[in-house]
Write a protein that binds this ligand. Structure first.
Ligand SMILES: NC(=O)c1ccc[n+]([C@@H]2O[C@H](COP(=O)([O-])OP(=O)(O)OC[C@H]3O[C@@H](n4cnc5c(N)ncnc54)[C@H](O)[C@@H]3O)[C@@H](O)[C@H]2O)c1
Ligand SMILES: O=C(O)C(=O)C[C@]1(C(=O)O)C=C[C@@H](O)C=C1
Length: 367
């Protein structure tokens, strides 16, 4: 498709959307706007956009598609500005914000003027922020939620999906309320848990500095998202307040319940608690990105001697196969350890498997 695509907010998500749109529509002109001149310059020099513009209003009036990709409170502000501008009659305006009710409400004046606004939320991301972390494949296989109102015609939704087809995401339509309820439990609330675990460890650290030195595997896994952008999460918590207050109450009840099992030394109930959680967690779809990101993991049995990791990564780097994560799962003296290598795609994982098998006699397997 051809046309001017304006991306307002060139961070992780805006940058990734820009790259995905360009991948599917190379003739589209990707125009970027950001309040940060630095992000704008970086986006231009990384080739994420074709043109950087200093004025949102001017570029919006010339745009065929407008993607708002700023933090949610800023997205509301941009929607306010759009409502006073003479936009092209056929323009499609969308956003990528992690909350939907307040944003869609903010878009009502636009919708009442006959402008197409379709709320959107690609359900994949990272704890990293900024355009340097943007990737065209960030949303591959992820769910991409759309929250059109009754003002929006079906053909406009189809047109937006065509613009976004380079994301290779799966589109799902929800009402803004449904969206905020579900995102509350699987995305927003877990961020508070991660942050509060970190706060708890930090308080313990004041009494014993070994705490952070010993914080390893499990703690790191469960608190990864506590490294996310605090501005973004502050805005999400202000937007989805009602749902989150409800989740706090339920969580406190949940903690009281498991606390009682522990206090009573009720081994049967404690076992059941973990067992049921494991069953539900293990049953979640693994190939779909989203709240539980999918990783393409390859396991390698490696002898426990110094240099084995650099040997393997050396073979992979010669073949230009990039690894997204690397971890030794178990090493004890004199026995084989398990090296877990994570890749962005199944294809990378297959290539890595062949490469390691061709260069070593270490056993590899996919679980
Ligand atoms: N990070 C994730 O995992 C994730 C996933 C899905 C959706 N989202 C949503 O995507 C949006 C962007 O998040 P991100 O992770 O890309 O953040 P980011 O911090 O990487 O990027 C945000 C960008 O918006 C710019 N910005 C701020 N105010 C602006 C304004 N008024 N006009 C134009 N640009 C402005 C910032 O300078 C920055 O470059 C947020 O609404 C967030 O809720 C994030
Ligand atoms: O993987 C991560 O780091 C994320 O936090 C991604 C995540 C999530 O909670 O799943 C964060 C916010 C979004 O709106 C969508 C995705």
């Amino acid at each position: 498709m051809r046309g001017n695509v304006l991306i307002a907010g060139l961070g992780l998500i805006g940058g990734s959307i820009a790259l995905a749109i360009k991948r599917a529509h190379p003739d589209a002109a990707m125009i970027g706007y950001d309040v940060s001149g630095e992000s704008l310059r970086l986006a231009r020099s990384l080739g994420v956009i074709d043109e950087a513009v200093p004025s949102f209003a001017h570029a919006a009036c010339e745009a065929d598609v407008i993607v708002l990709a700023a933090p949610v409170a800023q997205t509301q502000q941009l929607l306010r500005e759009l409502a006073d501008l003479p936009l092209r009659p056929h323009v499609i305006v969308t956003d990528v914000g992690s909350t939907k009710e307040r944003i869609v409400k903010q878009a009502l004046p636009l919708l009442e003027q006959g402008v197409t606004f379709i709320g959107g939320h690609p359900m994949a991301g990272s704890h990293k922020s900024g355009v340097a972390a943007a990737r065209a494949h960030l949303f591959e296989n992820a769910f991409y939620i759309l929250t059109p109102t009754e003002h929006v015609k079906e053909e406009q939704i189809t047109r937006l999906k065509r613009w976004l087809e380079g994301t290779k995401a799966h589109f799902v339509t929800l009402t803004p309320k449904e969206h905020d309820r579900i995102a509350g439990v699987i995305s927003h609330f877990p961020h508070i848990i991660a942050a509060s675990l970190v706060h708890q460890a930090q308080q313990y650290e004041r009494e014993d500095e070994l705490v952070s030195r010993l914080a390893a595997g499990g703690f790191r896994d469960i608190t990864r998202i506590a490294s996310s952008n605090p501005e973004m999460w502050r805005d999400i918590f202000i937007h989805n307040k009602e749902e989150l207050l409800h989740l706090f109450d339920r969580w406190i009840e949940e903690m009281k319940k498991i606390r009682t099992y522990v206090a009573d030394g009720d081994s049967e109930r404690i076992y059941q608690y973990f067992h049921e959680a494991k069953q539900f967690r293990d049953g979640l779809p693994v190939r779909t990105k989203g709240a539980i990101p999918s990783f393409y993991d390859l396991y390698v049995d490696v002898p426990d001697y110094p240099g084995v990791i650099s040997e393997i990564t050396g073979y992979l780097s010669k073949e230009r196969i990039s690894i997204t994560n690397i971890r030794i799962i178990e090493t004890r003296e004199d026995i084989y350890g398990v090296l877990r290598l994570s890749f962005q795609t199944d294809d990378d994982r297959q290539r890595a498997k062949h490469c390691i098998e061709a260069n070593t006699n270490y056993e590899t397997y996919v679980v």
